[in-house]
Design a protein around this ligand. Structure first.
Ligand code: ACO
Length: 429
């Protein structure tokens, strides 16, 4: 433990303990603040508030570092499969071959969708948003497979984790196929998770779909890149809901609701909408760049810059080359992809963006990759959900396994009316 933090609040001197993480991050532990001084802290958006300690993911935004369980994202993307990363996040270790085989068996086994759930899907409107369908189906799992909550044995939680990772992929594919009126496709036993996901999406009885190896590689990397990002909005939601001892399915379903918001999981969609808008209006790239640089114009280039990563986004760096390769392979097949290549080239050579360190972020490339793979825009966030599921599960598991866990319950500063007397209805205006 580091030197205590000294503060002077409400006329009192207080020594507060400082907690230090394994990577040197420091926090002032204010647990005793209100009890001693009657003051609370106010931190809208939680930019300065640590809600927990965690052993899962480390981010250093200044240095562009992202680690899962101590392994760098670069090494995981190069050497691991998404399924290994799921295992790593949930079990805190990379699987041995035997453990991986067993985990893959579970993913095959749990890919089956209960017939009654298929009936549920059939009752959604054909144009229902796939995030809504996925959220409802994941929530409904707690009726089909009840009893996984904070008191469950670790083995039971681990089986449920595998069930969720298998079913989320099936639900994402199903939600898409439902919108198209296509029949359900089950995964091929023994085939890797990413290839199966692409086949479950795009195979039809009249046109066999054979996944392109570059696309499979891209799918694996995209899922790994999205697998966790510590205490973001959806993960914090999962923890908060889970802190009430809500079951695991209900907790991660709340994460799906949070991820659906355009400020969280929807940025890659904004990139595609921006490109579509440029094309529809017939704008030139120079014109768009000048608009983004104009301080009197609120327009910003979507997919450029990042709030946390100030020097570079390690995730964007990883998929940049792969994205280029796939885009060039598909050159001239999609005007939006050609526009994206032109935009990226011009921005990277422009002084305004160079000086402000505004480089393409992960959402710029992920949206383009999803598009090149054939995913419609409304499937971008569902794919993010498939990738983020192991992260949510790992955080829920970590939280419920900690002794003395408390229900999450922030406080507030009340700014409304003070005591008023109740008027009769005839006197109200
Ligand atoms: N286009 C044009 N100018 C930009 C952009 C952009 N995309 N992003 C930042 N700038 C400019 C700002 O106008 C500002 O210029 P100034 O110094 O002359 O005033 C400077 O760069 C710094 O910008 P800030 O807003 O201070 O940067 P901040 O870190 O607060 O914002 C953010 C980061 C929100 C991501 C911003 O870059 C942005 O709006 N990007 C576009 C939206 C986007 O791609 N979001 C997805 C982010 S990735 C993710 O969430 C997973």
């Amino acid at each position: 433990m580091s030197t205590p933090g000294k503060i002077h609040v409400g006329g009192q001197d207080l020594e507060l303990p400082v907690i230090e993480g394994t990577e040197g991050e420091k926090a002032v532990d204010i647990s005793a603040l209100r009890g001693t001084t009657k003051y609370i802290t106010l931190d809208q958006g939680y930019g300065n508030t640590g809600s927990c300690t965690s052993k899962i993911t480390f981010i250093d935004g200044e240095k562009g570092i992202l680690h899962y369980r101590g392994y760098s994202i670069e090494e995981l993307c190069e050497k691991a499969t998404f399924v290994e990363v799921c295992y790593l996040l949930i079990h805190d270790k990379l699987p041995t071959q035997a453990e991986l085989d067993e985990f893959n068996e579970l993913l095959d086994k749990y890919s089956l969708v209960h017939e009654a759930m298929l009936h549920l899907i059939n009752h959604f409107p054909y144009d229902a948003h796939p995030m809504n369908v996925m959220g409802c189906l994941v929530q409904a799992l707690s009726s089909f497979y009840p009893g996984v909550d904070a008191k469950s044995k670790t083995e039971h939680i681990n089986l449920t984790a595998a069930r969720l990772i298998a079913k989320t992929r099936a639900f994402a594919a199903l939600a898409y196929r439902k919108s198209k009126g296509f029949p359900l496709v089950y995964p091929n036993k023994g085939e890797d998770y990413g290839s199966n996901f692409l086949r479950m999406m795009f195979d039809t009885p009249v046109k066999h779909y054979e996944p392109d190896p570059d696309m499979v590689k891209a799918m694996n990397i995209l899922l790994i890149l999205h697998a966790d990002h510590e205490q973001n909005c959806s993960t914090s939601t999962v923890r908060l809901v889970g802190s009430s001892h809500a079951n695991l399915y209900a907790s991660v379903a709340s994460g799906i609701a949070a991820l659906w918001g355009p400020l969280h999981g929807g940025a890659n969609q904004s990139v595609m909408e921006m490109l579509q808008n440029i094309k529809d209006k017939g704008l030139g790239i120079e014109q768009v760049i000048n608009k983004a640089k104009d301080k009197d114009d609120p327009f910003r280039l979507m997919g450029f810059g990042h709030r946390v990563y100030k020097n570079f986004d390690p995730r964007a760096r990883i998929i940049k080359d792969l994205c280029r390769k796939i885009l060039l392979k598909n050159a001239n097949s999609d005007p939006l992809l050609d526009l994206a290549i032109e935009l990226e080239d011009k921005v990277l050579a422009d002084d305004y963006f160079i000086e402000r360190k505004l480089y393409p972020n992960v959402d710029f490339y992920s949206g383009l990759l999803y598009r090149a793979m054939g995913f419609p825009v409304n499937m971008f966030t569902p794919i993010f959900t498939v990738g983020r599921m192991p992260g949510w599960i790992a955080h829920w598991k970590e939280m419920v396994s900690e002794p003395g866990g408390k229900i999450g319950r922030p406080r507030q500063i009340y700014t409304g009316y003070t005591n008023r007397s109740y008027p009769d209805i005839s006197e109200r205006k």
